[in-house]
Design a protein around this ligand. Sequence first.
Ligand code: TRP
Length: 449
Amino acid sequence: MTSDGMHSDRGEWSSKLGFILAAAGSAIGLGNIWRFPYVTGQNGGAAFLILYLVCVLLLGLPLMVAELTIGRFSRRNPVGAFEAIKQGSWWKIVGYLGVLTGVCILSYYTVMAGYTIGYIVKTLVGNDTTFESFTSNAWLSLPLFLLFSVLTVLVVHGGVKNGIERWAKILMPVLLFLLVVLIIRSVTLEGAGRGLSFYFKPDFSKVTGKTLLAALGQAFFSLSLGMGAMITYGSYLSKKDNLVTSGCFVALFDTMIAVMAGLVIFPALFAMNMNPAEGPGLVFQVLPRIFPQLPGGNIVGAAFFLLLAIAALTSTISLLEVATAYLVDEKHWLRRKAVWIVAAVSFGLGLPSALSQGIVPALGDLPLPGGGSFLGFMDWLFANVMLAAGAILISIFFGWVWKMKSAAEEIRQGYPNVGKLLTAFDIMLRFVCPALILVVLIYLFISIG
Ligand code: TRP
């Protein structure tokens, strides 16, 4: 069936800006504000930042355009998209893996997202219990997890234009505004300069293979690549839109927000003489100790966690949308039914993750990669392994199976003069992406042992 046949009621973004905000909303999330600063801190600061920017430009951007193109050409969810381009082939398995990965990332991501809501209130009232005692309180973390799941459902329920796009248009500018306020506060603290030089003055002697791998993984996760989220969002783009510039805007916004989050965190950290290599707890453990030392600290702190919750919501929306689009397109379910059922499955899958943060000690101490907790394992398996596997398969599919020659026709609709850029993307997708990601995957498996 062609795009104007039975799928004409799928919905479409109302404008290019609406799409960009929604896609940027997907990309910008806990990955930028929670994960990026702590990974940067652990990997030595500025040198990591540069490697990260290189990964975004050389690998992230071509893959982003590839996913958007596959989506808009097929006007389907990932499973339907591979099937539409290569009928009857096993490539649609990549789509199924994407749907599965989305639901699984959603499951633990929502647990973390729930904490951010708790922290808004916790910071506002000046409660200073530790992160561990907060997450090990079942009466807090489980209801917050449920609350965040329901919030996500309510937005996705509204569909593409009235749900996702409308909320992204309100939430993204608020986020940007709050970040600017916090940066101004952070860089004007006494002693902020050392944080700025940690963040911007590279020391390449600290770069190892591990640094590069961390940069690559962070780039895919942050740009929402490797599982078909951008295929799905691209499928709601109009044929008039320019896929290349839209993709560039999204990557640019995402990168900008990550860099800005670093600008909030590192100057403040150094001003308070704290350790940047604190690890995953950085945002939740260290920042709440910083806020009380600022004038109006409770409000600034609550605003920060509000910002984190907003960013997380526009991301959980996209994670839920992939499986929803699959069920609506391929199984002809009502959107309402699909949304609730996927969210319920994901909630069930997320329970062990929620319980693994101190509620059920056995789930926090497993002999598995990813730091030992069930949540850490899910993040390792789906965000690292599955996204990298998805990214390699999508770039091979685009570069070697569908081929740039056919894809170029789709890209030229909306961008007739794209020219030489396509050759560059083609080389990246056929050779550089697969080779580099393969190295990452091999490294991942060696590092399990
Ligand atoms: N990119 C989001 C973040 O940085 C997380 C996310 C949303 C995601 N949708 C995704 C990651 C799809 C991978 C794939 O927090």
